[in-house]
Design a protein around this ligand. Structure first.
Ligand code: KG4
Ligand code: ZN
Length: 331
């Protein structure tokens, strides 16, 4: 079964053709990163306008790259939320138009389900599993007993982890996108700053706004005292706190649920510190860890095409009344 996956929830216009939920036939990603970098973050109005300019080009390109036509496509899967509403609507309109013209089933996909199923492109998911979803908009621990079944164990109470990375980057003077830049800088520094371990409690929830504020206050206080901030050490200290709490709560969830499979998803899954901290903990606890290649961690159509296959198998279908949703629970 060939599924055309469409993703446009933020600043990437991306389409993929995925065979049977596992094989990537072709993918095209048109990123708007350079445009938004000028403003220091994603500007929603500009993002939606650029999706309009890009979407037809990406549709043509993904088919051309695969040597296929719309007649070869069996169904269309699309991200309908959560995300930037204007951005989501462009991908959704494209999906509905293609489904209508070519008479193909339309499959609604939750963006986070997409991130999770990026792992299916590495190797088929093994159940039960715990998914740690870490992105610019989400920080969630999800239990899955079988395909396309999601039980959210906990999530962020305030800032998502990627959002905290991006804000900390700005405070220490690193350009957008902040996450990868903080990650790179952290690798060259030492954990010398006294920052709190955020929401170190018995829940599966996370909170990163206090840690972010601690970084901001520290920078301001040192400035007032006329002291120089050692940026790489501050980046390393921040990153260590983030990875410690994410690793600690994830391992506890695995143990308490008696689960031995962990998958990691979302843009922050690209983080080198997080990858190494999880790998070390999983090796120690005999847990099978899967983290997708970096190109599958950030937003892409391949993950939507992969998730769409399992959503379809579960009977999920949408008609032309499907609307985009800026916020939406994963169920
Ligand atoms: O999943 P994603 O592409 O978009 C959302 O759905 O949010 O994630 C983007 C987020 C941004 O906040 C970006 O700074 C962060 O992921 N990110 C990273 C790294 N690479 C991307 N954060 C920390 N370390 C990285 N290496
Ligand atoms: Zn995402």
């Amino acid at each position: 079964m060939y599924i055309l996956g469409i993703e446009s929830s933020c600043d990437e216009t991306s389409l993929s053709i995925i065979k049977d939920g596992t094989v990537e036939v072709s993918t095209v990603v048109l990123s708007q990163m350079d445009t938004h970098a000028y403003y220091g973050g994603v500007v929603p109005e500009i993002a939606s306008r650029m999706h309009v300019e890009n979407i037809t080009i990406v549709i043509d390109e993904v088919l051309k790259k695969a040597g296929m036509s719309m007649d070869d496509i069996d169904a269309i899967a699309v991200t309908y939320g959560p995300g930037l509403i204007g951005s989501l609507l462009i991908g959704l309109m494209a999906a509905k138009t293609l489904a209508f013209i070519y008479n193909k089933p339309l499959i609604p996909v939750h963006h986070i389900a997409g991130h999770i199923y990026a792992n299916n492109l590495v190797r088929p998911l093994e159940f039960p599993l715990i998914a740690l979803v870490v992105s610019g908009g989400h920080t969630e621990l999800v239990y899955m007993k079988e395909d396309y079944s999601f039980e959210v164990l906990g999530g962020t109470l305030d800032d998502a982890v990627g959002e905290a990375y991006d804000k900390v980057a700005r405070v220490i003077g690193l350009p957008y996108p902040g996450g990868p830049n903080v990650d790179r800088l952290a690798a060259t520094g030492k954990d010398t700053y006294d920052l709190p371990l955020p929401l170190n409690d018995d829940s599966y929830n996370f909170s990163f706004s206090g840690l972010k504020s601690a970084v901001i206050n520290l920078v301001h206080n040192e400035k007032q005292r006329g002291n120089e901030i050692i940026k790489e050490n501050l980046a390393a200290s921040f990153q260590n706190r983030v990875t410690e709490i994410l690793t600690k709560k994830t391992i506890r969830a695995l143990k308490e649920r008696g689960v031995s499979n962990l998958i990691v998803a979302g843009g922050v899954a690209a983080n080198k510190g997080l990858r190494s901290s999880l790998k070390q903990a999983c090796d120690k606890e005999n847990i099978n860890l899967t983290i997708p290649e970096i190109k599958y961690c950030t937003d892409n159509g391949a993950m939507i095409g992969a998730a769409g296959y399992y959503a379809y198998a579960k009977g999920l279908r949408a008609d032309l009344s499907l609307n985009a949703k800026a916020t939406m629970e994963l169920k």
